[in-house]
Write a new protein. Structure first.
Length: 334
């Protein structure tokens, strides 16, 4: 039997795609931990695979995490509150799931002797302006603080950080497609707003890469192109041969004009691995005398890596990328 894998939040968009990959690679047991029994039942029926084991539980409750964690080798921690407006109105719920829940998963994994734990983060965790991003930034800090106390032979704790995952649940592409099919105006918040464009498969490959290459406390970032929200809407209209209006509705709670995947300070201690950046955790201890005395002149000349200065997709490039998505192809044939 191959390694036993636990996927928290395994009934979500990311979780299902990860499960597909794990099944294809022949893992003998894949555990799904989530709190939504209806989604688990749907997934159980849809897959009907003996390798899948379903655990009802909540990352907020460590006891339920501990039960699912026994005998596990690898953990992909995807459970989270992800919707920006929801977290703005209920920030303590984001704290309970994204921070405390993640600490529970980390502690449980270490206690169970798990080989590797990869925690999913987001570009919104870099210089965050909203509660969701702040809670994810704290999740990264919790993961790195925990990893400082461990040896490389212990559970290896790492994070992955990526931008907008196209066609994930609650994202803008499915909304635009729905509006196109219903003949409604496409609602955009700010035409010049840019977002990284990443497929679910690319996000999954990032997690797999982290599992293969992680050292304690690493954060892995997938480089990605970007586009404006206006170009995205216009390109989808062209793909579907539609002429719906585009209506600007103004910024939502907690939105940013552009998203940042890595800060200048992080890039200074990162390793460029081609398609990925590996950001090592800050190895300084609490003795800051040397830092304050000498400073770091290089940091001032380094630029953040964000969706305004990454490669900007042309309409043709974006169209090709969108047409490669199974969800878009399925919508075209409906």
């Amino acid at each position: 039997m191959r390694n036993v894998v636990l996927v928290t939040g395994g009934t979500g968009s990311f979780g299902k795609t990860m499960v597909n990959k794990l099944l294809a690679e022949g893992y003998g047991e894949i555990r799904i931990l989530s709190r939504d029994e209806a989604k688990q039942e749907e997934m159980r029926i849809a897959y009907s695979r003996p390798e899948l084991k379903f655990y009802i539980g909540d990352v907020r409750d460590k006891a339920s995490v501990d039960k699912a964690m026994k005998g596990v080798d690898l953990v992909f921690h995807a459970a989270a509150l992800k919707q920006v407006p929801s977290c703005e109105f209920f920030p303590m719920e984001a704290v309970k799931t994204n921070i405390i829940g993640s600490q529970n998963v980390i502690d449980s994994a270490v206690e169970a002797g798990v080989k590797s734990l990869v925690c999913l983060s987001t570009d919104k965790a870099v210089m965050p302006v909203n509660a969701m991003g702040m809670s994810k930034a704290m999740m990264e800090k919790v993961a790195q603080a925990s990893s400082r106390q461990l040896r490389e032979s212990d559970t290896v704790i790492s994070c992955v950080r990526y931008g907008n995952v196209m066609c994930s649940r609650g994202s803008v592409i499915p909304l635009f497609i729905k509006q196109i099919k219903e003949g409604k105006a496409l609602t955009i918040t700010e035409p010049t707003m840019t977002r990284f464009m990443l497929s679910l498969n690319d996000a999954i490959e990032l997690v797999a890469f982290a599992f293969e290459h992680a050292n304690q406390g690493d954060i892995f970032i997938r480089k990605a192109p970007a586009c404006t929200v206006k170009l995205l809407a216009e390109t989808l209209l062209e793909i579907f041969g539609a002429s719906n209006d585009i209506r600007v509705i103004g910024w939502r709670h907690g939105e940013k004009l552009f998203e940042t995947l890595a800060s200048a300070e992080e890039l200074l201690r990162s390793e460029d691995m081609g398609e990925y950046y590996r950001v090592s955790y800050d190895s300084r201890d609490l003795n800051y005398a040397k830092f304050f005395t000498e400073g770091d002149v290089e940091e001032a000349s380094t630029e953040d890596y964000h969706s305004h200065n990454t490669h900007q997709l042309s309409k043709e490039e974006l169209k090709k990328l969108l047409l490669s998505l199974p969800e878009v192809q399925a919508a075209l044939t409906e």
